[in-house]
Design a protein around this ligand. Structure first.
Ligand SMILES: Nc1nc2c(ncn2[C@@H]2O[C@H](COP(=O)(O)OP(=O)(O)OP(=O)(O)O)[C@@H](O)[C@H]2O)c(=O)[nH]1
Ligand SMILES: [Mg+2]
Length: 438
């Protein structure tokens, strides 16, 4: 999507970033969050001009900042020809309008979520990805732009307004509601396709591993190193939006399926998680997670916490997990090891690698093999009477804890390894997240 600002172009991509230190945060945290906002802006093709931070225990409900700070912000923009202000907080449609009114002139205000959606819009490549972004934009960005009236045309394709849904952003509310319904039903159809694809992968009985983690941690680089997947990996946030699955043959001869997924970020807007549910479900339906961490990043620990919280929210927590400390060629952040080491669960292992240089990859492959062969869980299977072969598999390859013969089938509780669990996936009634892991 092209920027549309002609003469003012060089100013348009420069922005003032605004952060607020409330009673729930501190100046250091806000600075780090603004660093991340600056990286998001850079990914969106913009550039930080300056930062403005206010200490305000309770943000002003009308404009977040106090009136003095708004005046300061207005002067800063005016004196330097800056046309874009990005708040790190989430702004309501009326707050955006109030701030823009107070700033005056032709200064646009967007929030962090709008910026993230803008990047998603730039990076969506598949039909499904584009629909998901458009839906999220209609739900989030559009209500925040409506009311700008004719000014929207002036905004053109500026940061915060770009994407597959751009043309629709100017439409009236009734049209938007219809479009949202249409998108939801298209996405439901696509989700059915995805379910069918998953079912056929399940049938193949190959263990599935989802590569998850904070954006820019090195997930795509790792998949490329392991499988020559040829996915775009770059030093930008949210380089990957659409999941890619590749086969990997382990040294022991067994094959696994690896799926690269969209990265996580702190304050990931809820509506975005909802819009991307079907792609994020790749993690939910995987047998094993590989949580990739940029171990060199000072923020590694905070990023891991964000990842774990989001995985739990998605219902993907509690699976056998390999914590992959990536970028070890650059050194490991001192905070990280103790955080993971405190977790002595054998189904949660740590492995230090460099996806770039290949260091540690052999160990990682061994850990995957160990988990596949040893990772055990207690699972309830319901096996139809007509398919007793499955019961024989359990008796041969697992520990049967309890068995209950019913009219329609046999309910078996058994302790199984990942392989057997994969083989009998279609009878597994615990999936995705009710399994008691060992
Ligand atoms: N030094 C070093 N850089 C790495 C390593 N792994 C990845 N990178 C770099 O980190 C950046 C991000 O890598 P990606 O593989 O795109 O990260 P990602 O997790 O897929 O990121 P998103 O798709 O944006 O969420 C790229 O510039 C990579 O070259 C590593 O082991 N060492
Ligand atoms: Mg990626």
């Amino acid at each position: 999507m092209q920027l549309n600002f002609n003469d003012a172009k060089e100013h348009i991509s420069k922005a003032v970033l605004v952060g607020i230190v409330t009673k729930d945060t501190n100046a250091c945290e806000v600075e780090k969050e603004l660093d991340e906002l600056a990286r998001l802006l850079d990914t969106a093709g913009g550039e930080e001009f300056a930062r403005l931070v206010q200490n305000k225990d309770t943000p002003d409900p009308r404009t977040l900042l106090g009136s003095g700070k708004i005046w300061e912000l207005s002067e800063l923009c005016r004196n330097n020809g800056i046309k874009l202000v990005i708040f790190d907080a989430e702004l309501s449609p009326s707050q955006i309008r109030n701030i823009e009114d107070d700033l005056g002139g032709d200064i646009s205000v967007i929030d962090r979520s709008m910026l993230i959606l803008d990047i998603f819009a730039l990076h969506a490549t598949t039909g499904e990805g584009k629909l998901q972004v458009e839906l999220a934009q209609l739900r989030y960005t559009a209500p925040r732009l409506i009311g700008k009236g004719m000014e929207l045309s002036r905004l053109g394709g500026g940061i915060g307004t770009r994407g597959p849904g751009e043309s629709k952003l100017e439409s009236d509310r009734r049209h938007m509601k219809r479009r949202i319904v249409a998108l939801e039903s298209e996405l439901t159809e696509l989700e059915k396709n995805r379910m069918t694809m998953r079912a056929s992968r399940d049938k193949s009985q190959i263990p599935q591993i989802a590569i998850v983690g904070y954006t820019n941690a090195g997930k795509s680089t790792l998949l490329n190193t392991l499988t020559d997947a040829g996915i775009l990996a770059e030093n930008k946030l949210f380089a990957t939006l659409d999941p890619t699955t590749r086969k990997l043959k382990l040294p022991c001869g067994e094959t696994v399926l690896l799926t690269d997924t969209v990265g996580f970020i702190r304050k990931l807007p809820h509506h975005l998680v909802k819009a991307f549910k079907s792609t994020l479900d790749e993690a939910v339906y995987a047998d094993i997670l590989m949580v990739v961490i940029d171990a060199h990043d000072d923020e590694a620990r905070a990023q891991l916490e964000v990842t774990e919280t989001l995985l739990a929210e998605l219902g993907a927590a509690g699976k056998p997990t390999i914590y992959v400390y990536n970028k070890c060629d650059l050194g490991i952040s001192p905070e990280l090891p103790s955080y993971i080491a405190s977790n002595e669960d054998p189904n949660r292992v740590v492995c230090a690698i460099s996806a770039k240089s290949g260091e540690g990859i052999d160990t990682l492959l061994t850990k995957i093999e160990e988990i596949i062969h040893q990772g055990k869980s207690k699972v309830t299977f319901v096996i139809p009477n007509s398919e007793q072969g499955a019961l024989n598999i359990l008796y041969k390859n697992a520990t049967v804890e309890n068995i209950d013969y019913g009219y329609e089938g046999v309910t078996v509780v058994a302790t199984v390894d990942q392989k057997v669990r994969g083989m009998l996936k279609k009878y597994d009634v615990n999936r995705p997240n009710e399994v008691e892991e060992f």
